[in-house]
Design a protein around this ligand. Structure first.
Ligand code: F0G
Length: 448
Protein backbone atom coordinates (compact mmCIF):
# COMPACT_ATOMS: atom_id res chain seq x y z
CA UNK A 1 0.00 0.00 0.00
CA UNK A 2 1.29 3.46 -0.90
CA UNK A 3 2.76 5.33 2.08
CA UNK A 4 3.18 8.86 0.72
CA UNK A 5 1.49 11.66 -1.25
CA UNK A 6 2.97 14.39 -3.48
CA UNK A 7 3.63 17.88 -2.13
CA UNK A 8 5.68 19.32 -4.98
CA UNK A 9 5.37 18.58 -8.69
CA UNK A 10 7.53 19.00 -11.79
CA UNK A 11 5.97 19.77 -15.17
CA UNK A 12 6.64 17.27 -17.97
CA UNK A 13 5.56 17.42 -21.59
CA UNK A 14 5.44 15.19 -24.62
CA UNK A 15 7.07 16.95 -27.59
CA UNK A 16 5.27 16.46 -30.94
CA UNK A 17 6.31 13.38 -32.94
CA UNK A 18 8.33 15.34 -35.51
CA UNK A 19 10.35 16.96 -32.70
CA UNK A 20 11.00 13.55 -31.16
CA UNK A 21 12.12 12.19 -34.55
CA UNK A 22 14.56 15.06 -34.90
CA UNK A 23 15.75 14.85 -31.30
CA UNK A 24 16.67 11.15 -31.51
CA UNK A 25 18.48 11.65 -34.80
CA UNK A 26 20.39 14.66 -33.39
CA UNK A 27 21.26 12.52 -30.34
CA UNK A 28 23.05 10.02 -32.60
CA UNK A 29 20.42 7.40 -31.69
CA UNK A 30 21.79 7.44 -28.15
CA UNK A 31 19.26 8.51 -25.52
CA UNK A 32 22.02 9.65 -23.14
CA UNK A 33 22.43 12.57 -25.56
CA UNK A 34 18.79 13.72 -25.35
CA UNK A 35 17.80 16.84 -23.43
CA UNK A 36 15.83 15.68 -20.37
CA UNK A 37 13.13 18.27 -21.06
CA UNK A 38 12.39 16.44 -24.33
CA UNK A 39 11.64 13.23 -22.40
CA UNK A 40 8.09 12.56 -21.21
CA UNK A 41 8.52 9.53 -18.91
CA UNK A 42 12.15 9.09 -17.95
CA UNK A 43 13.02 5.50 -17.05
CA UNK A 44 16.70 5.81 -17.97
CA UNK A 45 17.72 5.04 -14.41
CA UNK A 46 16.51 4.77 -10.84
CA UNK A 47 19.78 6.36 -9.71
CA UNK A 48 19.52 9.77 -8.08
CA UNK A 49 16.25 10.45 -9.90
CA UNK A 50 13.80 9.72 -7.10
CA UNK A 51 11.71 12.03 -4.95
CA UNK A 52 13.03 12.98 -1.53
CA UNK A 53 10.73 13.07 1.50
CA UNK A 54 9.92 16.20 3.49
CA UNK A 55 12.13 14.86 6.28
CA UNK A 56 15.05 14.64 3.86
CA UNK A 57 14.44 18.19 2.60
CA UNK A 58 14.20 19.39 6.20
CA UNK A 59 17.47 17.63 7.07
CA UNK A 60 19.27 19.47 4.24
CA UNK A 61 18.97 22.70 6.21
CA UNK A 62 20.90 21.12 9.07
CA UNK A 63 23.90 20.41 6.81
CA UNK A 64 27.18 21.09 8.63
CA UNK A 65 29.56 22.18 5.88
CA UNK A 66 32.73 22.00 8.00
CA UNK A 67 35.68 20.55 6.14
CA UNK A 68 36.60 18.29 9.06
CA UNK A 69 34.54 16.77 11.85
CA UNK A 70 31.10 17.77 10.51
CA UNK A 71 28.16 16.63 12.64
CA UNK A 72 26.42 15.69 9.37
CA UNK A 73 29.05 12.98 8.96
CA UNK A 74 28.26 11.68 12.46
CA UNK A 75 24.60 11.40 11.50
CA UNK A 76 25.50 9.49 8.32
CA UNK A 77 27.79 7.23 10.31
CA UNK A 78 25.11 6.34 12.82
CA UNK A 79 22.53 5.73 10.09
CA UNK A 80 24.94 3.31 8.37
CA UNK A 81 25.68 1.59 11.70
CA UNK A 82 21.98 1.26 12.60
CA UNK A 83 20.61 0.26 9.20
CA UNK A 84 23.55 -1.66 7.72
CA UNK A 85 25.62 -2.71 10.72
CA UNK A 86 29.06 -1.28 9.88
CA UNK A 87 30.97 1.06 12.22
CA UNK A 88 33.49 2.55 9.75
CA UNK A 89 32.16 4.73 6.94
CA UNK A 90 34.20 6.38 4.18
CA UNK A 91 31.96 8.77 2.24
CA UNK A 92 32.29 9.32 -1.52
CA UNK A 93 30.54 11.52 -4.06
CA UNK A 94 28.57 8.54 -5.45
CA UNK A 95 28.80 4.77 -5.85
CA UNK A 96 31.56 4.72 -8.42
CA UNK A 97 33.67 7.02 -6.24
CA UNK A 98 33.27 4.44 -3.48
CA UNK A 99 34.22 1.71 -5.97
CA UNK A 100 37.38 3.58 -6.85
CA UNK A 101 38.26 3.94 -3.18
CA UNK A 102 37.63 0.29 -2.30
CA UNK A 103 38.79 -1.54 -5.43
CA UNK A 104 41.75 0.80 -5.80
CA UNK A 105 42.74 -0.27 -2.28
CA UNK A 106 42.11 -3.99 -2.71
CA UNK A 107 43.13 -4.80 -6.29
CA UNK A 108 46.38 -4.79 -8.25
CA UNK A 109 47.34 -5.60 -11.85
CA UNK A 110 46.73 -9.26 -12.83
CA UNK A 111 44.35 -9.88 -9.93
CA UNK A 112 40.96 -11.40 -10.59
CA UNK A 113 37.71 -10.10 -9.06
CA UNK A 114 34.68 -12.40 -8.89
CA UNK A 115 31.15 -10.99 -8.85
CA UNK A 116 27.71 -12.53 -9.41
CA UNK A 117 27.55 -10.00 -12.27
CA UNK A 118 29.69 -6.88 -12.52
CA UNK A 119 27.73 -3.70 -13.06
CA UNK A 120 29.36 -1.54 -15.77
CA UNK A 121 31.12 0.93 -13.43
CA UNK A 122 32.30 -1.97 -11.23
CA UNK A 123 33.70 -3.78 -14.26
CA UNK A 124 35.42 -0.58 -15.39
CA UNK A 125 36.97 0.08 -11.95
CA UNK A 126 38.27 -3.49 -11.68
CA UNK A 127 39.70 -3.22 -15.21
CA UNK A 128 41.15 0.19 -14.38
CA UNK A 129 43.31 -1.50 -11.72
CA UNK A 130 44.62 -3.87 -14.42
CA UNK A 131 42.59 -6.68 -12.83
CA UNK A 132 40.22 -9.08 -14.53
CA UNK A 133 36.48 -8.92 -13.69
CA UNK A 134 34.92 -12.41 -13.91
CA UNK A 135 31.15 -12.93 -13.66
CA UNK A 136 29.82 -15.90 -11.69
CA UNK A 137 26.11 -15.85 -12.37
CA UNK A 138 23.88 -18.90 -12.11
CA UNK A 139 22.97 -20.58 -15.42
CA UNK A 140 19.32 -19.43 -15.60
CA UNK A 141 20.13 -15.75 -14.97
CA UNK A 142 20.46 -14.59 -18.60
CA UNK A 143 17.30 -16.42 -19.69
CA UNK A 144 14.30 -14.03 -19.69
CA UNK A 145 11.91 -16.97 -19.33
CA UNK A 146 13.68 -19.19 -16.78
CA UNK A 147 11.85 -19.17 -13.44
CA UNK A 148 13.54 -18.90 -10.08
CA UNK A 149 13.21 -17.03 -6.82
CA UNK A 150 16.82 -15.88 -6.63
CA UNK A 151 18.13 -15.62 -10.18
CA UNK A 152 20.61 -13.00 -8.97
CA UNK A 153 22.59 -15.54 -6.90
CA UNK A 154 26.35 -15.98 -7.15
CA UNK A 155 27.34 -19.33 -8.70
CA UNK A 156 29.78 -20.99 -6.31
CA UNK A 157 30.40 -23.68 -8.89
CA UNK A 158 31.65 -21.06 -11.34
CA UNK A 159 33.62 -19.34 -8.56
CA UNK A 160 35.40 -22.60 -7.71
CA UNK A 161 36.15 -23.24 -11.40
CA UNK A 162 37.89 -19.85 -11.59
CA UNK A 163 39.83 -20.61 -8.39
CA UNK A 164 41.08 -23.89 -9.94
CA UNK A 165 41.97 -22.12 -13.18
CA UNK A 166 43.85 -19.10 -11.82
CA UNK A 167 44.72 -20.04 -8.22
CA UNK A 168 43.30 -18.43 -5.10
CA UNK A 169 46.25 -16.09 -4.64
CA UNK A 170 45.14 -14.08 -7.66
CA UNK A 171 41.63 -13.51 -6.23
CA UNK A 172 41.77 -10.95 -3.42
CA UNK A 173 38.14 -9.84 -3.83
CA UNK A 174 34.81 -11.62 -4.12
CA UNK A 175 31.83 -9.33 -4.75
CA UNK A 176 28.11 -9.90 -4.55
CA UNK A 177 25.78 -7.32 -6.09
CA UNK A 178 22.35 -7.17 -4.42
CA UNK A 179 20.03 -6.95 -6.21
CA UNK A 180 21.88 -8.04 -9.33
CA UNK A 181 21.41 -5.03 -11.61
CA UNK A 182 23.10 -6.54 -14.67
CA UNK A 183 21.02 -9.71 -14.28
CA UNK A 184 17.68 -7.92 -14.60
CA UNK A 185 17.59 -6.70 -11.00
CA UNK A 186 17.15 -10.23 -9.66
CA UNK A 187 17.50 -10.81 -5.93
CA UNK A 188 20.10 -12.81 -4.03
CA UNK A 189 19.14 -15.09 -1.13
CA UNK A 190 20.66 -14.73 2.31
CA UNK A 191 21.61 -18.41 2.05
CA UNK A 192 23.66 -17.62 -1.07
CA UNK A 193 25.27 -14.61 0.59
CA UNK A 194 26.24 -16.79 3.56
CA UNK A 195 27.74 -19.43 1.26
CA UNK A 196 29.69 -16.80 -0.70
CA UNK A 197 31.00 -15.31 2.55
CA UNK A 198 32.32 -18.78 3.51
CA UNK A 199 33.83 -19.29 0.06
CA UNK A 200 35.58 -15.90 0.22
CA UNK A 201 36.94 -16.77 3.69
CA UNK A 202 38.22 -20.14 2.39
CA UNK A 203 40.26 -18.46 -0.33
CA UNK A 204 41.27 -15.60 1.98
CA UNK A 205 39.54 -12.96 -0.16
CA UNK A 206 37.77 -9.83 1.06
CA UNK A 207 34.02 -10.32 0.67
CA UNK A 208 32.34 -7.16 -0.62
CA UNK A 209 28.62 -6.58 -1.05
CA UNK A 210 27.56 -3.96 -3.58
CA UNK A 211 24.62 -2.79 -1.49
CA UNK A 212 23.06 -0.25 -3.88
CA UNK A 213 19.64 -1.93 -3.73
CA UNK A 214 19.93 -3.70 -0.39
CA UNK A 215 16.40 -2.85 0.80
CA UNK A 216 14.76 -4.13 -2.39
CA UNK A 217 16.77 -7.33 -2.05
CA UNK A 218 15.70 -7.71 1.58
CA UNK A 219 12.05 -7.36 0.55
CA UNK A 220 12.36 -10.30 -1.87
CA UNK A 221 13.97 -12.35 0.89
CA UNK A 222 11.01 -11.72 3.22
CA UNK A 223 8.65 -12.77 0.39
CA UNK A 224 10.51 -15.78 -0.97
CA UNK A 225 13.19 -17.25 1.29
CA UNK A 226 12.15 -19.91 3.73
CA UNK A 227 12.63 -18.87 7.32
CA UNK A 228 12.30 -15.13 6.61
CA UNK A 229 8.53 -14.80 6.17
CA UNK A 230 8.20 -13.26 9.64
CA UNK A 231 11.23 -10.95 9.37
CA UNK A 232 11.15 -7.25 8.56
CA UNK A 233 13.06 -5.65 5.69
CA UNK A 234 15.22 -3.90 8.30
CA UNK A 235 16.12 -7.19 10.00
CA UNK A 236 16.95 -9.02 6.77
CA UNK A 237 18.98 -6.08 5.44
CA UNK A 238 21.25 -6.09 8.48
CA UNK A 239 21.59 -9.84 8.61
CA UNK A 240 22.56 -10.06 4.93
CA UNK A 241 24.91 -7.07 4.84
CA UNK A 242 26.74 -8.05 8.01
CA UNK A 243 27.96 -11.19 6.25
CA UNK A 244 30.30 -8.98 4.19
CA UNK A 245 33.72 -7.67 5.17
CA UNK A 246 32.90 -4.39 3.42
CA UNK A 247 30.12 -2.82 1.40
CA UNK A 248 30.12 -0.29 -1.44
CA UNK A 249 27.04 1.85 -1.62
CA UNK A 250 25.49 4.34 -4.01
CA UNK A 251 23.22 6.60 -1.97
CA UNK A 252 21.41 7.39 -5.23
CA UNK A 253 19.53 4.07 -5.08
CA UNK A 254 18.33 2.70 -1.74
CA UNK A 255 19.78 5.76 0.03
CA UNK A 256 16.80 7.59 -1.53
CA UNK A 257 19.05 10.57 -2.32
CA UNK A 258 20.07 12.46 -5.42
CA UNK A 259 23.79 12.06 -4.83
CA UNK A 260 26.31 10.40 -2.52
CA UNK A 261 27.83 7.04 -1.66
CA UNK A 262 30.26 5.34 0.69
CA UNK A 263 32.38 2.37 1.61
CA UNK A 264 31.61 0.82 4.99
CA UNK A 265 33.40 -1.93 6.84
CA UNK A 266 34.00 -3.41 10.28
CA UNK A 267 37.72 -3.83 9.57
CA UNK A 268 39.57 -0.82 11.03
CA UNK A 269 42.73 -1.52 9.05
CA UNK A 270 40.87 -1.69 5.71
CA UNK A 271 38.96 1.46 6.69
CA UNK A 272 42.24 3.30 7.26
CA UNK A 273 43.65 2.25 3.89
CA UNK A 274 40.44 3.35 2.19
CA UNK A 275 40.55 6.72 3.95
CA UNK A 276 44.02 7.40 2.53
CA UNK A 277 42.84 6.77 -1.01
CA UNK A 278 39.59 8.66 -0.37
CA UNK A 279 41.56 11.78 0.58
CA UNK A 280 43.26 11.65 -2.82
CA UNK A 281 40.16 11.07 -4.94
CA UNK A 282 37.07 12.07 -2.94
CA UNK A 283 37.87 14.44 -0.08
CA UNK A 284 38.62 14.51 3.63
CA UNK A 285 37.12 11.39 5.30
CA UNK A 286 34.31 13.30 7.04
CA UNK A 287 32.77 14.55 3.79
CA UNK A 288 34.33 12.57 0.91
CA UNK A 289 32.91 14.56 -1.98
CA UNK A 290 29.50 15.14 -0.42
CA UNK A 291 28.23 18.43 0.96
CA UNK A 292 27.18 18.22 4.61
CA UNK A 293 23.56 18.65 3.51
CA UNK A 294 23.85 15.66 1.15
CA UNK A 295 25.09 13.49 4.01
CA UNK A 296 22.05 14.60 6.05
CA UNK A 297 19.61 13.67 3.28
CA UNK A 298 21.34 10.32 2.82
CA UNK A 299 21.27 9.57 6.55
CA UNK A 300 17.50 10.09 6.59
CA UNK A 301 17.02 8.25 3.27
CA UNK A 302 18.80 5.11 4.49
CA UNK A 303 16.45 4.89 7.46
CA UNK A 304 13.37 5.47 5.26
CA UNK A 305 14.46 2.72 2.86
CA UNK A 306 13.84 0.06 5.53
CA UNK A 307 10.66 1.56 7.00
CA UNK A 308 7.60 -0.70 6.77
CA UNK A 309 5.65 -0.11 3.56
CA UNK A 310 8.23 1.78 1.52
CA UNK A 311 9.81 -1.12 -0.41
CA UNK A 312 6.55 -3.04 -0.69
CA UNK A 313 5.04 -0.10 -2.57
CA UNK A 314 8.12 0.24 -4.76
CA UNK A 315 8.17 -3.42 -5.80
CA UNK A 316 4.41 -3.21 -6.42
CA UNK A 317 5.06 -0.35 -8.88
CA UNK A 318 7.57 -2.48 -10.79
CA UNK A 319 5.04 -5.32 -10.93
CA UNK A 320 2.29 -2.95 -12.11
CA UNK A 321 4.40 -1.79 -15.06
CA UNK A 322 5.32 -5.40 -15.91
CA UNK A 323 1.71 -6.56 -15.89
CA UNK A 324 0.54 -3.62 -18.00
CA UNK A 325 3.22 -4.55 -20.55
CA UNK A 326 2.40 -8.26 -20.43
CA UNK A 327 -1.30 -7.47 -20.92
CA UNK A 328 -0.27 -5.83 -24.21
CA UNK A 329 1.91 -8.82 -25.21
CA UNK A 330 5.19 -6.98 -24.79
CA UNK A 331 7.85 -9.60 -23.92
CA UNK A 332 9.34 -8.90 -20.49
CA UNK A 333 12.02 -10.64 -18.44
CA UNK A 334 10.43 -12.81 -15.75
CA UNK A 335 10.20 -12.89 -12.86
CA UNK A 336 10.41 -9.10 -12.58
CA UNK A 337 13.19 -7.85 -10.33
CA UNK A 338 13.62 -4.98 -7.93
CA UNK A 339 14.06 -1.64 -9.59
CA UNK A 340 13.08 -2.04 -13.21
CA UNK A 341 11.21 -3.97 -15.84
CA UNK A 342 13.49 -5.45 -18.48
CA UNK A 343 12.14 -5.89 -22.00
CA UNK A 344 13.34 -8.80 -24.13
CA UNK A 345 14.43 -6.99 -27.31
CA UNK A 346 15.41 -10.19 -29.07
CA UNK A 347 11.82 -11.39 -28.80
CA UNK A 348 10.55 -7.96 -29.91
CA UNK A 349 12.69 -7.85 -33.06
CA UNK A 350 13.59 -11.44 -33.98
CA UNK A 351 14.68 -10.30 -37.46
CA UNK A 352 17.57 -8.21 -36.02
CA UNK A 353 20.94 -9.85 -35.31
CA UNK A 354 22.70 -8.77 -32.13
CA UNK A 355 25.25 -6.91 -34.29
CA UNK A 356 22.34 -4.64 -35.35
CA UNK A 357 21.70 -3.80 -31.64
CA UNK A 358 18.01 -4.79 -31.29
CA UNK A 359 17.93 -3.42 -27.74
CA UNK A 360 19.16 0.00 -28.81
CA UNK A 361 16.65 -0.05 -31.69
CA UNK A 362 13.89 -0.68 -29.15
CA UNK A 363 15.15 2.14 -26.91
CA UNK A 364 14.97 4.55 -29.87
CA UNK A 365 11.50 3.32 -30.87
CA UNK A 366 10.18 3.88 -27.32
CA UNK A 367 11.39 7.45 -27.44
CA UNK A 368 10.10 8.06 -30.94
CA UNK A 369 6.72 6.52 -30.21
CA UNK A 370 5.96 8.04 -26.80
CA UNK A 371 8.84 10.12 -25.44
CA UNK A 372 9.78 7.26 -23.09
CA UNK A 373 13.46 6.90 -22.19
CA UNK A 374 14.87 3.50 -21.21
CA UNK A 375 18.36 2.09 -21.50
CA UNK A 376 19.88 -0.76 -23.49
CA UNK A 377 21.75 -3.37 -21.45
CA UNK A 378 22.75 -5.84 -24.16
CA UNK A 379 25.32 -6.05 -26.94
CA UNK A 380 25.63 -2.26 -27.24
CA UNK A 381 26.31 -1.61 -23.54
CA UNK A 382 28.40 -4.75 -22.99
CA UNK A 383 30.56 -5.31 -26.09
CA UNK A 384 32.21 -8.70 -26.34
CA UNK A 385 30.03 -10.40 -23.72
CA UNK A 386 27.28 -12.84 -24.43
CA UNK A 387 24.43 -10.95 -22.74
CA UNK A 388 20.74 -11.22 -23.54
CA UNK A 389 19.40 -8.25 -25.51
CA UNK A 390 17.57 -6.46 -22.72
CA UNK A 391 16.15 -2.96 -22.40
CA UNK A 392 15.76 -1.67 -18.88
CA UNK A 393 12.86 0.53 -17.82
CA UNK A 394 14.07 1.65 -14.39
CA UNK A 395 11.54 3.21 -12.04
CA UNK A 396 12.62 6.28 -10.05
CA UNK A 397 11.59 6.01 -6.40
CA UNK A 398 8.33 7.65 -5.23
CA UNK A 399 8.02 9.55 -8.54
CA UNK A 400 5.69 8.12 -11.19
CA UNK A 401 2.16 6.73 -11.00
CA UNK A 402 -0.09 4.27 -12.78
CA UNK A 403 -1.00 6.76 -15.54
CA UNK A 404 2.67 7.09 -16.45
CA UNK A 405 3.05 3.32 -16.54
CA UNK A 406 -0.02 2.97 -18.75
CA UNK A 407 1.51 5.44 -21.17
CA UNK A 408 4.76 3.44 -21.19
CA UNK A 409 2.92 0.18 -21.84
CA UNK A 410 0.84 1.75 -24.65
CA UNK A 411 4.04 3.17 -26.16
CA UNK A 412 5.81 -0.20 -26.12
CA UNK A 413 2.77 -1.89 -27.66
CA UNK A 414 2.63 0.73 -30.43
CA UNK A 415 6.36 0.29 -31.12
CA UNK A 416 5.86 -3.46 -31.47
CA UNK A 417 2.99 -3.07 -33.91
CA UNK A 418 5.51 -1.72 -36.39
CA UNK A 419 8.24 -4.25 -35.45
CA UNK A 420 8.64 -5.59 -39.02
CA UNK A 421 9.46 -2.13 -40.35
CA UNK A 422 12.36 -1.32 -38.04
CA UNK A 423 15.94 -1.62 -39.20
CA UNK A 424 19.12 -2.09 -37.20
CA UNK A 425 21.69 0.41 -36.00
CA UNK A 426 25.45 0.60 -36.43
CA UNK A 427 28.07 2.56 -34.52
CA UNK A 428 29.30 5.84 -36.02
CA UNK A 429 31.68 6.98 -33.27
CA UNK A 430 32.71 5.34 -30.01
CA UNK A 431 35.01 6.15 -27.08
CA UNK A 432 38.27 4.34 -26.28
CA UNK A 433 37.04 2.56 -23.14
CA UNK A 434 34.79 -0.16 -24.54
CA UNK A 435 33.11 -0.80 -21.17
CA UNK A 436 31.72 2.73 -21.19
CA UNK A 437 30.66 3.01 -24.82
CA UNK A 438 26.89 3.15 -24.36
CA UNK A 439 27.18 6.50 -22.56
CA UNK A 440 28.70 8.43 -25.43
CA UNK A 441 28.85 6.39 -28.67
CA UNK A 442 26.80 7.67 -31.60
CA UNK A 443 24.93 5.41 -33.97
CA UNK A 444 23.12 5.54 -37.29
CA UNK A 445 20.62 3.33 -39.08
CA UNK A 446 22.24 0.46 -40.99
CA UNK A 447 22.48 1.56 -44.59
CA UNK A 448 20.92 -0.41 -47.42
N1 F0G B 1 26.88 -0.62 -8.50
C1 F0G B 1 25.66 -0.88 -9.03
C2 F0G B 1 25.05 -2.25 -8.87
C3 F0G B 1 24.98 0.12 -9.72
O1 F0G B 1 23.77 -0.15 -10.22
C4 F0G B 1 25.57 1.39 -9.84
C5 F0G B 1 24.90 2.46 -10.58
C6 F0G B 1 26.82 1.64 -9.26
C7 F0G B 1 27.45 0.59 -8.59
C8 F0G B 1 27.50 2.97 -9.34
O2 F0G B 1 26.83 3.91 -8.56
O3 F0G B 1 25.91 5.62 -10.18
O4 F0G B 1 26.24 6.16 -7.76
O5 F0G B 1 28.19 5.90 -9.25
N2 F0G B 1 23.90 2.24 -11.31
C9 F0G B 1 23.14 3.23 -12.05
C10 F0G B 1 22.15 2.55 -12.91
C11 F0G B 1 23.93 4.26 -12.75
O6 F0G B 1 21.53 3.22 -13.76
O7 F0G B 1 21.91 1.35 -12.75
P1 F0G B 1 26.79 5.48 -8.96
Amino acid sequence: MVTYKAKMVERIHLPPREDRERAIEDAGYNVFNLDAEDVFVDLLTDSGTGTMSQDQWAALIRGDESYAGATSFDRLESAVADVMGFPHVIPAHQGRGAENVLYGTLLEADDVALNNTHFDTTRAHVANQGADPVDCQIPGAPDPRAQGDFKGDFSLERGREVVSAVGEDRIPVVIQTITNNSAAGQPVSVENTRAVAEFAAEIDATFVIDACRFAENAHFVTERESGYGGSTVAEVAREQLELADAIVMSGKKDGLSNVGGFVATDDPELADRCRQRAILYEGFPTYGGMAGRDMEALAVGLREAVEPGYVEDRIAQVRTLASLLEARNVPVYTPTGGHAVYLDAEACFPHLASSAFPGQVLVCELYREGGVRGVELGSFAFPGTDRPELVRLAIPRRTYHREHFEHVADTAAAALERADEVTGLEIRTEPEVAELRHFTAELEPVSG
